[in-house]
Design a protein around this ligand. Structure first.
Ligand code: NAD
Length: 184
């Protein structure tokens, strides 16, 4: 990406131990961000952080179940003791592919608890510190959240993602940010 950098930015990536979150964590680290990986799978989170270190980046791993409000507050409190946070990527989640008729209440509740309530817990801990600092960026990755939220742009659109990233780097790098292609 032409000139696009995330130097001096700190990003928390929930679900950064695998899948989309891991890809975002690796990508953000490659572009200079300090990445804090927070995941239910502590071992895989640690391995991803080590991989980032081996590639020359800086990352820390943190174990957390986002369905647990107390645990989320505790882990995010510790992360904020390490440094400020500029970017929160909510990618921790579970997918459920099923039809209405065959989806049990338990399956529905599990998706809702992890993807919606878990994202709510993460945002609730991070938003006040971002507001106090005068800004920050949150990427909500789940369809369940993105569709419900009429305020934040839907990250499914590449153009909108670039608009969000544009806000991360600020006007100084705006020309480059618009041309970037982060998720290719
Ligand atoms: N908005 C979109 O267009 C879009 C597209 C694809 C996927 N998604 C969503 O993104 C999510 C991630 O997809 P993926 O392919 O990366 O999945 P994945 O299973 O590879 O990764 C999910 C990560 O979240 C972690 N996790 C699960 N429950 C957790 C919890 N309670 N607390 C903390 N961490 C937890 C897992 O350990 C895992 O590392 C899915 O829920 C999916 O629905 C959204």
């Amino acid at each position: 990406m032409n000139g696009f950098r995330l130097d001096n930015k700190v990003a928390v990536v929930t679900g950064g131990a695998s899948g989309i979150g891991q890809a975002i964590a690796l990508c953000f680290a490659e572009y200079g961000a300090v990445v804090r990986i927070v995941d239910l799978n502590g071992e895989a989170a640690q391995k991803t952080a080590e991989r980032i270190s081996q590639l020359g980046g800086f990352s820390t791993a943190h174990l957390c179940d986002f369905t647990d409000a107390v645990q989320t507050a505790d882990v995010f409190g510790k992360i904020l003791e390490l440094s400020r946070v500029d970017i929160l990527v909510n990618s921790a989640g579970v997918a459920h592919v099923g039809k209405l008729e065959t989806t049990s209440d338990e399956e529905f509740e599990r998706v809702f608890r992890v993807n919606v309530l878990g994202t709510h817990h993460a945002m609730r801990e991070m938003v006040p510190t971002m507001v106090a600092r005068g800004g920050g960026v949150i990427l909500n990755w789940f369809r369940e959240v993105a569709d419900m939220d009429s305020v934040l742009p839907r990250p499914g659109s590449r153009t909108e993602l670039h608009q969000i990233l544009h806000r991360i780097v600020g006007p100084r790098d705006s020309k480059h940010a618009w041309r970037s292609s982060l998720l290719r």
